[in-house]
Design a protein around this ligand. Structure first.
Ligand code: NAD
Length: 271
């Protein structure tokens, strides 16, 4: 049913949000949400560069797309790697037009149980990773007429999740940094838009990995049973990719510095 609905969505979206002639870079694109974004962009005409810590998987993912695409090994926490990713992009397809800073990890625990290493790892990959991707892509876009940057935050960065202390902190900081960069780009007159998106739980390997009691391939069902959810289910990666596609396209040209929740109304409840 969902797959059938998705076919209609793909057909509809391919007629709008055209990314033909655009070069898009997606970090953490070897699997999960990043791969769904890369697939959506490819279906809508973009040339794709997947940057991921797992180089082999990035190349495999790129080869699976119906578009010109390459996979590049890249640790977003390293500025040199991100510069290398964008140089490889320019060499293959021309300068980046759309940058999706999506790479992420979970190493989390409560405030009391978290180690300094876990805290540093999460903050570094999410916050420094987004900063590296945004500043380096913006540096290129400034010279080439503009572009769209989308930073992956989370509902955890708007609310607060008790067992996700560093994760919540890093994702909240990603949103604040995105607003700061959007303000900078607007005040300088750069045609660069920078927005953050805030999904709730999505069916990806990251979420499955948090629930160690599940059998391989089984997804947690707690969200499905949550009475606050009217259409209770986890988001599919494609749900997130549809929003990112909109933000990448010219149809979202007046959206700058926004924090877009995509959570099936998780903050709403009926009394
Ligand atoms: P995932 O674990 O399925 O995929 C993450 C990808 O990022 C992997 O391919 C991994 O190799 C790559 N990666 C990790 N560290 C990296 C680094 N330092 N440099 C480059 N690549 C790196 O995760 P996902 O669920 O697809 O999550 C993608 C993004 O969405 C993350 O930023 C995550 O925090 C965010 N998010 C996820 C959920 C969810 O429920 N899954 C909800 C809200 C936000």
């Amino acid at each position: 049913m969902l797959a059938e609905a998705d076919d209609h969505v793909v057909a509809f979206l391919s007629q709008i949000h055209n990314l033909s002639g655009r070069t898009a870079v997606i970090t953490g694109g070897a699997q999960g949400i990043g791969l769904a974004i890369a697939t959506r962009f490819a279906d809508n005409g973009a040339r794709i560069v997947i940057g991921d810590l797992d180089e082999a998987k990035a190349k495999e993912a790129a080869a699976s797309l119906k578009a010109d695409a390459i996979g590049v090994g890249c640790d977003v926490a390293s500025d040199a790697d991100v510069v290398g990713l964008l140089e490889a992009t320019t060499a293959a397809f021309g300068p980046v037009n759309v940058m999706v800073n999506n790479a992420g990890i979970t190493r989390d625990a409560t405030m009391r149980k978290m180690t300094e290493q876990q805290f540093d790892d999460v903050i570094t990959v999410h916050l420094r990773g987004c900063w590296n991707g945004t500043r380096r892509a913006a540096g290129i876009m400034r010279e080439t007429g503009g572009g769209s940057i989308i930073n992956m935050s989370s509902m955890a960065g708007i609310g607060g999740v008790s067992s996700f202390c560093a994760y919540s902190a890093s994702k909240g900081a990603v949103a604040a940094m995105t607003r700061s960069i959007a303000a900078h780009c607007r005040s300088k007159g750069y045609k660069i838009r920078c927005n953050s998106i805030h999904p709730d739980g999505i069916k990806t390997p990251m979420v499955a990995g948090l629930h160690t009691t599940l059998k391989p391939g089984q997804m947690p069902s707690v969200r499905e049973k949550d009475p606050k959810q009217v259409m209770a289910r986890f988001a599919e990666p494609q749900d997130i990719a549809n929003l990112v596609l909109f933000l990448a396209s010219d149809e979202s040209r007046f959206i700058q510095g926004a924090e877009m929740r995509i959570d099936n109304g998780y903050l709403m409840w009926a009394d």
